[in-house]
Design a protein around this ligand. Structure first.
Ligand code: SF4
Length: 249
């Protein structure tokens, strides 16, 4: 049988922003989207990064098990887009679950649902799902693709009862209005599996990477949203009974 290996970009042993508690974060290599605000454009290429077996990664991760347990943390696989390597993530999560470690996947959900994806979800405790934009045309402008796959993926998460946090990157001129926040709140409210919405104000921290890669940064001149805007958005979700997290407020 062919050995499963994953292509990863990097690892972080004590992440605090990608799911609950202290987390070992694995950034996978390769992403089909081209989000204008991406702060990891160096993860886009499908052939970059380094190859690793799930077991090698598990051996490294288990050394941090006590920290993770103590903080109610675990492991998050982020990217890039982790779900383009479903067999690797399944094997990794299977091993982590056998060690009693909490597993999360951070995804844009822009994948065709398949048996392989279903397998990943069997070993996934939490999905962090990034809804880039509810309007398919605006979504395409922002990421290069419409949102159809992402929204279908959310339906599947609901069917499978997988605990989900929605990630909402607030980008001025794209999705920072009260009207948009109302729409998103109404949309996600229907899903029992959605536990909260994480507010992530757009920032320019990845801009230098675009420049280093010789890419044109298209959000040039767009300022991060103000604290007032983020607070107003949080209030909209909270008023509809949806818990919010983050946003620096
Ligand atoms: S999905 Fe994530 S990694 Fe891919 S382009 Fe968008 S922000 Fe970057």
């Amino acid at each position: 049988m062919e050995e499963i290996r994953g292509r990863i970009h990097s690892e972080e042993s004590a992440g605090t922003v990608d799911g609950p508690g202290l987390r070992y974060v694995v950034f996978t290599q390769g992403c089909p989207l081209r989000c204008q605000y991406c702060h990891n454009p160096d993860t886009w290429g499908l052939n970059g990064g380094k190859l690793i077996t799930p077991q090698d990664l598990i051996d490294r991760i288990v050394k941090y098990k006590d920290f993770m347990k103590f903080s109610n943390g675990g492991v998050t696989v982020s990217g890039g887009e982790p779900l383009i390597q479903p067999k690797f993530v399944t094997e990794l999560f299977k091993g982590l679950k056998a060690e009693g470690i909490h597993t999360a996947v951070d995804t844009a959900g822009h994948i065709d649902f398949s048996k392989d994806i279903e397998e990943v979800l069997k070993y996934t405790d939490l999905v962090l799902l990034d809804i880039k934009h509810l309007d398919p045309i605006r979504c395409k402008e922002l990421t290069g693709f419409d949102n159809l796959r992402t929204l279908r993926f959310l339906d599947k998460l609901e069917d499978m009862r997988i605990k989900t946090w929605i990630r909402y990157v607030i980008v001025p001129t794209f999705n920072d209005t009260v009207e948009y926040a109302e729409k998103l709140a109404d949309y996600v409210k229907k899903y029992k599996t959605v536990e909260l919405v994480e507010l992530l104000p757009y920032h320019e921290m990845g801009k230098f990477k675009w420049e280093n890669l010789g890419l044109k940064y298209r959000l040039q001149g767009i300022e991060p949203p103000s604290k007032e805007t983020v607070k107003a958005i949080a209030k909209i979700f909270n008023a509809k009974g949806i818990k919010t997290l983050g946003g620096g407020i």
